[in-house]
Every structure is written in structure tokens, then in C-alpha cells.
Design a protein around this ligand. Structure first.
Ligand code: FES
Ligand code: FES
Length: 159
């Protein structure tokens, strides 16, 4: 039986205490233990960004984080970004700008974009490209994603 550890963490505002195999990845924990399947698994080796979540407010590839690293830390997934049942302005902008095609990259893209806009509310196109550089999209050619991020930034600036 694999070595077990008890992890005490917060996920999307809820305190969670679980005893788990020490080798369990955060991506597995979110999807299999908590049923938070909005976090996608692409490459499973830190190259595609599909599994991105916020760990203490910073984007990480959850396929590279072992659960002991999450002990006493805070995780936010795509399910926890908006108020319950509501999309954020950024999520709405992704839909309105056609930045969601197959949707597989979208949760990770939205998470890194949210991080970017919190840090830099008026990013240039180059800064947006840099901000999403670790996240791959096979469908959109990135133009619509960039437009969606610019739209959300503009809305936030106006409010
Ligand atoms: S699935 Fe984690 S980076 Fe690709
Ligand atoms: S929308 Fe399909 S991978 Fe980005």
C-alpha cells in the first residue's frame, strides 16, 4: 500500500481534509477525489497548461504538483473563479469572442488570463501573449483568445 498522508487544504473556498497516497497529484485529487473535472488533463507532464489552477493565487500545472505540496495551501480551479452559478466577465468574454472551440484548453487559459489581469489590468497584446505562453490551444490560433482577454480588461477598466 502506498505511503499515506493527511492533507489539510482549501479548494474553491472550502476546507478539505483527506488522507491520500503521498504520490497523488493535485490534478488527480481535483478530478477523481473532488469531481472537479473542469481542470483538464492534456500532456500530463507540464507542457500544455490544460491542467492549470491557482495555488495560493499563482498559476501552476496541477499535473506537476504532489498533494503533500498542497498541505496548508489554497487552490482555486475554474469551478471556483466565479460566484456560484455565474460566469466571470472573462469567461463571458471568451464565449462572446468565440475563443472557445473544442474547449479543452479553455479552463487553463481562463485561469492564467485571470492571473494576468489581476496582476496587470491593462496588458498590451505582447504581455497577453507572454501571459498565456505556457498554455497551448490547438483550435483557435490564439487571436480570439487574445481578443477575449482584451475585452475583459477593457470592461474592468470601465467599471
Ligand atoms: S496536463 Fe498538465 S501541463 Fe499538460
Ligand atoms: S479551443 Fe480547442 S484546444 Fe483551445
Amino acid at each position: 500500500m502506498p505511503f499515506q498522508i493527511t492533507v489539510d487544504c482549501e479548494v474553491n473556498g472550502e476546507r478539505i481534509i483527506r488522507t491520500l497516497p503521498a504520490t497523488m497529484l493535485l490534478s488527480e485529487f481535483l478530478r477523481q477525489e473532488l469531481g472537479l473535472t473542469g481542470t483538464k488533463l492534456g500532456c500530463n507532464k507540464g507542457s500544455c497548461g490544460a491542467c492549470t489552477v491557482l495555488l495560493d493565487g499563482k498559476p501552476v500545472n496541477s499535473c506537476l504538483i504532489f498533494m503533500p505540496q498542497v498541505h496548508k495551501h489554497t487552490v482555486v480551479t475554474i469551478e471556483g473563479l466565479g460566484k456560484e452559478g455565474e460566469l466571470t466577465d472573462l469567461q463571458k468574454a471568451f464565449i462572446e469572442e468565440g475563443a472557445v472551440q473544442c474547449g479543452f484548453c479553455t479552463p487553463g487559459m481562463v485561469i492564467v488570463s485571470e492571473f494576468l489581469l489581476r496582476k496587470n489590468p491593462c496588458p498590451t497584446e505582447e504581455e497577453i501573449r507572454d501571459g498565456i505562453a505556457g498554455n497551448l490551444c490547438r483550435c483557435t490560433g490564439y487571436t480570439k483568445i487574445i481578443r477575449a482577454i482584451q475585452k475583459a480588461a477593457k470592461c474592468r477598466a470601465e467599471h
